[in-house]
Design a protein around this ligand. Sequence first.
Ligand code: NAD
Length: 420
Amino acid sequence: MKISVLGAGYVGLITGVCLADLGHEVVCIDVVPEKVARINMGMSTLFEEGFEEKLRRLLAEHRFRASMDPAEISTSDITFICVGTPSQQDGTLDLKYVRQASRMIGEALALKDRHHTIVVKSTVMPGTCDDVVAPELERASKKCIGKDIGLCMNPEFLKEGTAIFDFMHPDRIIIGGNDDRAIQEVKDLYEPFNCPKMEVSLITAEMIKIAANSFLATKISFANEMGNLCKQMGVDFRQVAEGIGYDARIGRSFLRAGCGFGGSCFPKDVKGIAAEAKRRGLNTTLLDATLEVNRRQPLIMLDLLEKHMSPGDKTIAVLGLTFKPNTDDVRDASSIMIVGELLKRGARVRAYDPKGMDNFRAVFPEITYCSSVNDCLNSADAVMIITEWTEFSAPEQYGEKLVIDGRGITRTNSYDGICW
Ligand code: NAD
């Protein structure tokens, strides 16, 4: 198939490159010229193991490229919407990029005389496809959804750091829609994948994605709350997590306590659905608690540090800036609150992260960025581990320095852990 993808960010680029690798001809369309130019030169705009090699091979084989030209939409058979849906001040999702993308697609399809299928992959609040995407598409194209244009919702569940593997080996594929022809096209596209495939309505597909992220975030906040209690009672939560995780009803994944979840999805999606519920007059006691536990968790790292020393006028080495290892993404990372609080409390911050320093510099240009763990520890009075990068685990490198461990990946002589 000829596929166009709107948005060459994390989801769009991975989707585009993986679909090209499956044998399709793909163009990723973005509005940022530098991004498009870099991608076409074979330079990855995101950090993902093995991605750049794949990108270069597919560019050379003319199966994948990036573009800024929306006219490319009409020469494709199917278009994916993978633009961002960031949080707004009141917690609701900002749909301006989704609106823009829908309008661009509609305008491009106005002159097309064949059927075209549009697939929303961006995470959106339940109801968005029907209430926002469909009307924008119909208005701009002057065509009819269900007749000339097919609309599906196909949420993406990939995880940054293992994005290619996750895309190629999904646990399930959800296809929302009510147009048989469009659903069949999306099913054909995913034919090589051997996993459960669910056909549901548009709004159900939207809700499945939001509910999945809300559940996972709640599981982490549960682990953190139990972990905080364990710490108070002299129990190592890591053993408790293992002990309860063997129960198949509970499961071991997403049961790690630590200094909080971040990233571009969990915080915004939970805030988004909680705001939507409130707009409908419903209470979201559990989701509010999930967010509140997560808001406090990075601050507990500061309390731990202050138990040992006052950070004012001290040099603190911060190890790990990304929201998790194996990505360069620092969006909503716990490091942002921790570094902000350290500075407020008068500390000097030296930071090191194998991949996230360029992105973090845009948030905190004023701190000292270091070239290695060793360099970062140089002259530091204490160390805070915020992300569980493997290179932070060797205990010898810390000597007798105080280590405040937010992820439970090392154990040194002078040590305090957040939930153990
Ligand atoms: P991103 O910010 O990395 O990328 C979005 C891209 O869309 C940007 O490159 C931007 O320039 C581009 N864009 C904006 N308006 C456009 C337009 N009108 N036409 C073409 N391009 C346009 O975002 P992301 O992390 O890829 O997330 C995209 C969506 O997927 C979000 O809704 C997110 O919640 C969801 N999602 C993300 C992940 C993840 O791990 N990042 C996983 C699953 C789902």
